[in-house]
Design a binder for this molecule. Sequence first.
Ligand SMILES: Nc1ncnc2c1ncn2[C@@H]1O[C@H](COP(=O)(O)OP(=O)(O)OP(=O)(O)O)[C@@H](O)[C@H]1O
Length: 318
Amino acid sequence: MPNPNENALSIRELSVTFDSEDGAFEAVRNVSYDVPRGKVLAVVGESGSGKSVTANAILGLIQAPGRVSNGQILFYPKKGNPVDITTLSEKDDLLFKIRGGKIGMIFQEPMTALSPVHSIGNQLCEALFLHKSVDKKEAERVAIEMLEKVGITDPATRLKQYPHEFSGGMRQRVVIAMALICEPEIIIADEPTTALDVTIQAQILTLLSKLQKETGTSVIFITHDLGVVAQIADDVAVMYKGRIVEKGSVRQVLKDPLHPYTKALLAAIPSQKNLGARLPTIDSVLGDTDISTHTELIEIGAGRSVALAPEEAARHSK
Ligand SMILES: Nc1ncnc2c1ncn2[C@@H]1O[C@H](COP(=O)(O)OP(=O)(O)OP(=O)(O)O)[C@@H](O)[C@H]1O
């Protein structure tokens, strides 16, 4: 499994299927994307497009009636051999090491990531005990340092407190500290600011961006908001109904979106210009455009791919 591009992770032709009495439903279809080391890849798309199911597959978290029905998820650790995560079972020690250790996770809703009955300090130290060989004193020192890094004042006192004693924004800072404390090589951030109010959202995004640059961690940032993508990401993959319909660098894709769905997502971003105006819905921008017929991604050069009719894709080829 060579890795010429220095990616931290490469997904290849991944499909995830949910079986039910009514038949099989492919929630993720033939998805391929790369997460370059030290960079931020945004995965954007509306609710139900398959962003979270893909992220769960990366962590080996697809459970029955779901299954990975095709493809590979290649993790390239900085040290050691590449691993195809789809081949690991729940009993595998390696999967345990990867989940929460090499690959950290920041969820949308901080309370799902934190236990209400344990102090913040206990939870941060527990994460360290699981993945690093440290004693209690060292774990507490690292936990205090981590809380400081995420902007929590008086960390030694805060360590003894419980999640309900923190505001929503502060709780999300704790979750970020939890995700980063084992020095993961990749962080998956699944809509990490959606549950927060707008001012706090901006603070959390700035914090994430700063920490990502300081630590050089690779990030998969899941969102439905292309506005956020512009702020935080290097590359973007746009998902629609389980497939990727366009991918490339953020600069290229936002400046010159080619797929009708990407164009519709861009039109739906609130901006200074349309402040106060009613934003168009994605369906209204798409109108009668049928975007279901061209499902294969075609490479058009400069690291960019788009699912368009071949003759149309050829017009955009560089
Ligand atoms: N456990 C499950 N059983 C059956 N179908 C599922 C299950 N989990 C997810 N799905 C389906 O897979 C599809 C993709 O869901 P997914 O959660 O990945 O979407 P998403 O793009 O992350 O949306 P959101 O932004 O709302 O989280 C959806 O149609 C969803 O209903």
